[in-house]
Design a protein around this ligand. Structure first.
Ligand code: ZN
Length: 108
C-alpha cells in the first residue's frame, strides 16, 4: 500500500504532544521519530487517524525521498536506509498542535 500523500500523527511518549507528518514520496517511514516539541521519542499512530480529520491540519514534518545531490556524502546508515526504500524527514516552520490532549502515547 502506498502512503504517498497521506498524513500521520506522531505522539510523544515524553511530553504527550503530537505532530502531523505527511509522506510526499513512496517509501518507508520510521515507527519512532524525534518529538518536535521536546526532542523526546514520538511514536507513529500508523496512519490510523482519518485523513478527513487531518485535512485542515498542516504537516509539521514531511517524509521524502532525497535526491542524489542531497546525499552527496550521507552517513552510511542513511544511505543504506534510503537504498532499502526508506524516506528521510524535513520539518516545516509550522506551529505544533498545542491543543491536542496530553495523553501519553499507548496509555489505556
Ligand atoms: Zn515531546
Amino acid at each position: 500500500m502506498s502512503f504517498k500523500g497521506m498524513k500521520n500523527i506522531y505522539l510523544c511518549q515524553d511530553c504527550g504532544r503530537g505532530h502531523v507528518s505527511q509522506d510526499v514520496d513512496d517509501g518507508v517511514t520510521p515507527f519512532m521519530t524525534t518529538c518536535l516539541a521536546c526532542a523526546g521519542t514520538a511514536v507513529s499512530m500508523l496512519y490510523r487517524a482519518r485523513q478527513e480529520m487531518l485535512a485542515e491540519i498542516p504537516a509539521a514534518q514531511e517524509w521524502y525521498r532525497p535526491k542524489a545531490a542531497e546525499l552527496a556524502a550521507p552517513p552510511a546508515h542513511t544511505q543504506a536506509h534510503v537504498d532499502k526504500g526508506g524516506l528521510i524527514s524535513r520539518t516545516k516552520p509550522l506551529p505544533l498542535n498545542p491543543s491536542w490532549p496530553r495523553a501519553k502515547a499507548g496509555a489505556k
